[in-house]
Design a protein around this ligand. Sequence first.
Ligand SMILES: O=C(O)C(=O)C[C@@H](O)[C@H](O)[C@H](O)COP(=O)(O)O
Length: 364
Amino acid sequence: MQRLDVETKSKHYEILVDQDFLDLVPAIRGLDKDFSSYHVVSDDNVTPLYQREILDALAGFGKPVHGVTFPHGEKNKNLSTMEAIYQALIENGADRKSLIVALGGGVAGDMAGYAAATYMRGIAYIQIPTTLLSQVDSSIGGKTGIDFNGYKNIIGAFHQPELVYINTATLKTLPRGEFTSGMAEIIKHAMIKDAAYFDFLELERERVQALDHEVLTSMILRSCEIKSQVVSEDETEKGNRALLNFGHTAGHAIERLMDFRMLHGECVSIGMVAAARLSAAEGGFPPAEAERLVRLLEAYGLPLAVPDLSAESVYEELFHDKKTMGNTLTFALCRRIGDSYLSKGTLTKAQILEALDQVMERER
Ligand SMILES: O=C(O)C(=O)C[C@@H](O)[C@H](O)[C@H](O)COP(=O)(O)O
């Protein structure tokens, strides 16, 4: 098992990377908290795969254990699903000393985490991410929340987990498209912080895609390390945490305009191509490096352009981004691969529209 620390102002916790669930109970025992009951929250894809195993393991604590299942998909990351989760917590007698277990992908983590942040004004939770995207990105850093009226993550709270427990064997049951979607966040980590990691992703692509255990584990560890460093330095996104939003400004806009029919990572991939074009327009990001990004995304099977949208509609949607203050758009951009910065309000509408035009499929 490998361990990493996340050290934020509000909490210190560990990320454990393992190949099974055998060390989960010892890890929870190691938290040294006498939880009164356990509530495992997962979607209807993950429940049949892993919820029983986790409930059985937790039953060893001799306290009540309950499973809560909700319908899968970003479309269901909303208030009515939250209502059902709150209802189940109340019916199952969850109290202030209960532990919520977020089991699954980003949607499960965001919603179970938000339930933990708000139920009885905040109770403890742990993350057991089972998708590549949630293992390397969304389970770390305490961003929790839901979408509302189609606006992505517009309601939420920062609430750090007690523990993140990654079992890499869960990737064997992950649909291929979900794996590819997770690769977008991994490529994002390399883009914003680590040029050598970008080289690694280029060189080791075949072994990554073949789920080679050794390469996959190093990749997951490196991404978790980058994510936890950024989060540890700026827990509540007052500054540089927003670098993790590279590709997300346009990405979230596309996700919403496509009515969540495309996977998050697919939208982030297209958003990164747009961000690379903006980086070139503003800061002289070398065209050869933009080309390397495009080639890498393509090689991992990620989309580079979006069908059926106009640059204008995406541009309008950008103003709903949480980084937008007043009318000032903020983008995470790159000077070079591995070297990122925040650009606040300096790009013109024409530059932004031109970059967006290049990721509209009709233009290609
Ligand atoms: O943890 C963060 O900070 C991130 O920005 C990570 C993103 O990859 C992730 O999709 C996040 O949920 C987006 O956050 P948001 O604040 O833009 O909704």
